[in-house]
Ligand binder design. Structure first.
Ligand code: DPM
Length: 323
């Protein structure tokens, strides 16, 4: 055994929500980092967030940004944990002072999936009958689907994936709309009946990617975390997040996006829709991927010129009134 140690090996504490999906994601990050840095110990610490505790109120009505992230962020500020793993789409676009988005991991399929009750087996979204009851608590999914399928009924659904599936199978809903990525990570890809095309549903900002947040002054950790960053996903997600930030949308707004990188160019498409699906503005911008955030801002300006701000202002008033 050697007695000469240059610096004590560091133990790094990872914060995670306790949900099954959050833990799968966190253990994946832990494993990747452990492989890259075998001399460092990575420990997982779990915490409950506000979003895990309030289960009976529609997400949009809670209205608070950072529902699934605040407790973890306090843990970092108070030095109880060193970094946190989030579903990037649950991470607000403005982070608390002293914290930074250190890395973004490779994105899985960012699309939304149609999950059907077994009596509809073999059907697609456009063959479902009038009055089909769709469960979703996403204003983004609600607005886009209402726009295309005004003859469906929509019902709020909360709870983790297993709870939602049980409600579907029990007949409380005919169909659910869920992220393909979440279903895949939990080994439930077989429940995906159809991947919704982008013409029907543009996905949420950051959907399918993980965001790693840490203290902005922990430069040593930030450089370690770059080992699990996926640059094309980062560019796409930075463009998407700049777009959302510029429109001042929280995560519970009917804003959807799509991004593609070809050669050095990034193409960003965005939509802002009213909750009833009646009003809708959509456009696309293309430019160098190295200026991802400027592209997001550019698209926000373009959509604002087309009336996005008016649509969003109406939604905030409605939510405040508790409509
Ligand atoms: C956010 C939304 C939802 C989650 C809103 C949206 C879906 C809520 C619902 C911001 N966070 O997408 O328009 O439909 O009731 C969430 C999921 C994942 C991360 C589950 C899902 C897994 C996929 C991923 C909840 N957060 O969207 O089906 O990591 O991108």
């Amino acid at each position: 055994m050697t007695s000469v140690v240059s610096s004590p090996p560091r133990t790094i504490r990872i914060g995670s929500r306790k949900s099954q999906l959050a833990l799968v994601q966190t253990y994946w990050v832990q494993e990747q980092l452990q492989k890259s840095f075998p001399d460092i110990t990575f420990e997982v610490h779990t915490m409950s967030t506000q979003g895990d505790k309030i289960l009976d109120v529609a997400l949009a009505k809670i209205g608070d940004k950072g529902l699934f992230t605040k407790e973890l962020e306090l843990g970092m500020i108070n030095q109880e944990i060193d970094f946190a793993v989030h579903s990037l789409k649950d991470l607000p676009t403005n982070l608390p002072e002293g914290l930074t988005l250190a890395a973004i991991t490779e994105r899985e399929n960012p699309a939304d999936a149609l999950v059907l009750h077994e009596k509809y087996k073999g059907q697609q979204i456009d063959t479902l009958p009038e009055g089909t009851v769709i469960g979703t608590s996403s204003l983004r999914r609600l607005a886009q689907l209402r726009h295309h399928f005004p003859h469906f009924e929509f019902k709020d659904v909360r709870g983790n994936l297993n709870t939602r599936m049980a409600k579907l199978d029990a007949g409380e809903y005919d169909a659910l709309i869920l992220a393909v990525a979440g279903l895949e990570r939990l080994g439930m890809s077989d429940r995906v009946h159809q991947i919704l095309p982008k013409e029907i549903s543009l996905h949420a900002v950051g959907q399918g990617a993980l965001g790693i947040e840490c203290r902005a002054d922990d430069t040593e950790l930030i450089s370690l975390l770059k080992a699990i960053e996926h640059p094309p996903t980062r560019d796409r997600c930075l463009a998407e997040r700049a777009f959302l930030r510029d429109l001042e949308g929280g995560c519970q707004v009917p804003i959807g996006v799509n991004t593609v990188i070809e050669e050095e160019n990034l193409t960003l498409t965005g939509i802002v829709a009213s909750v009833d699906g009646q009003k809708l503005v959509k456009d696309t911008v293309t430019g160098p991927a190295s200026s991802a955030e400027q592209l997001g801002t550019k698209l926000a300006n373009t959509l604002r010129d087309q009336g996005a701000q008016v649509i969003l202002a109406e939604i905030f008033t409605e939510i405040q009134r508790g409509a």
